[in-house]
Design a protein around this ligand. Structure first.
Ligand code: SAH
Length: 413
């Protein structure tokens, strides 16, 4: 007979696990977790029975529903709004535990990708809340976002360096969310020395990118499937504008698909230098313009430049929910500025990586931009993050990237 969920999830009260302290939830606050979500918010904890102040950041606990039902092991951070994250286990993590999760993640990526360049661990969706690992061949860039994962750093390093084919790690722990967890910013290497420039092979194209000084982990693997989609819209000779180009991944893909002229825009001079090198390395040329994207788009309009295809792939404008109204206005302005530079029948690839801004809200911003420009806009297709950035089905926050592929024509007569 098949066990029901209630029967399957029993709390072991033997061994080391029984010695862990408990974190008890208030009545009914177990519902989201029973549906598979992994986060506990501080207002859901029964603070009378298990005060959060008892715990140190990163401590392991057994999470119990109000009726004592066991929900799983979690790590806690009493100082964070998300005060505990479940690890989907009843085993206390050691190096072998991490190695098993890495193996599981790796097996699937190896089947999917010809070359070892991908996101290896995508946090919650790979059973490792608060941990991101991007793979650049033998080097992994690790980003730890929570006190609970920080406490496991040693085991993570050991397990990762134990994976065959991986010999060096760059811990790039200088990202935004860390101060919310009370964590210091630092960048450190482990294993073999890590060079400043790393290679990436994407869809047969070779790139160099910066690791230590680059954006995020150094490469936007999440857009790789969308860059492949881009290729089918390119016709020989097209004039392409890649806004927020970073090291030119979109622009070089467009060149390879036959674009005649590619202009990359970014505020980082170093990123643009690498974009030029990356184009050259693959046998293409591209132009660059350094500056604030909004200002450059205005300059290009003043110069009466026109394009056949424009990609806008900005950094997240809405990093927090309360930024949303301002961010929506910024997405609208940005798309409007891009639409103005498109010739009739041109294409707009409009992206957002803010999980607070839904695909529908981005669509709304694009619709407003088209209306204000008196252009006829059609959304042809919408892409998301690639399969190396899986979505946890119970955690909507793990789906964050959208790329609307749009055709922009003159107003209908
Ligand atoms: N399209 C890139 C990723 C973009 S990341 C890819 O697929 O690889 C965001 C980029 O925007 C970074 O390179 C950053 O330097 C740049 N940037 C941030 N703010 C900017 C601004 N106001 N104007 C122009 N570029 C900006």
């Amino acid at each position: 007979m098949r066990a029901t969920i209630a029967e399957a999830v029993v709390m072991p009260n033997t061994g080391n696990v029984a010695q862990l302290p408990t974190l008890r939830l208030k009545r009914n606050e177990d519902r989201r977790l029973l549906a598979g979500h992994l986060w506990v918010f501080s207002n859901e904890v029964d603070a009378a029975q298990t005060p959060l102040g008892r715990f140190a950041p990163g401590d392991l606990v057994r999470v119990l529903a109000h009726n004592d039902r066991g929900l799983g092991l979690a790590y806690v951070n009493p100082g964070s709004l998300i005060c505990a994250r479940l690890l989907e286990t009843w085993t206390i993590p050691d190096t072998a535990w991490f190695a098993a999760r890495f193996r599981r993640a790796l097996e699937w990526r190896e089947r999917l990708y010809e070359a070892p360049y991908y996101r290896l661990i995508h946090g919650e969706a790979d059973g490792l809340p608060g941990l991101v690992v991007d793979r650049f061949g033998a080097t992994c860039v690790v980003q730890i976002g929570t006190a609970g994962m920080e406490a496991q750093r040693q085991r993570i390093e050991e397990a990762l360096l134990g994976v065959s084919g991986i010999d060096s790690i760059l811990l790039k722990n200088d990202g935004g969310g860390r101060e919310l967890e009370g964590l210091p910013a630092y960048v450190e290497a482990a294993g073999a020395p890590v060079a400043e420039l790393a290679s990436v092979v994407e869809d047969g194209l070779r790139y160099s990118t910066q690791l230590r000084d680059g954006q995020k982990t150094g490469w936007y693997f999440d857009q790789s499937a969308n860059r492949r989609t881009l290729r089918k819209y390119i016709r020989p000779g097209m004039r392409v504008l890649d806004v927020f180009s970073y090291v030119g991944a979109w622009g070089v893909s467009a060149a390879r698909a036959g674009a005649g002229d590619v202009l990359c825009v970014d505020s980082s001079a170093r990123a643009l230098e690498l974009a030029v090198e990356n184009a050259k390395r693959n046998g293409f040329a591209l132009r660059t313009r350094k500056g604030d994207a909004f200002e450059v788009l205005d300059q290009l309009a003043a110069e009466r430049e026109k394009f056949d295809l424009i990609i806008v792939d900005p950094p997240a404008f809405a990093k927090r929910r309360k930024d949303l109204p301002k961010a929506q206005a910024a997405y609208r302005r940005l798309n409007q500025a891009a639409i103005r530079l498109l010739d009739a029948g041109g294409l707009l690839v409009s992206c957002s990586c803010s999980h607070h801004l839904s695909a529908d809200q981005l669509q709304e911003a694009i619709a407003k931009a088209a209306r204000a420009s008196a252009r006829h806009l059609q959304i042809l297709e919408t892409g998301g993050q690639g399969p190396d950035h899986p979505v946890h089905p119970a955690i909507p926050e793990t789906r964050y990237l959208k790329a609307h592929f749009c055709r922009v024509d003159e107003a209908l007569p």
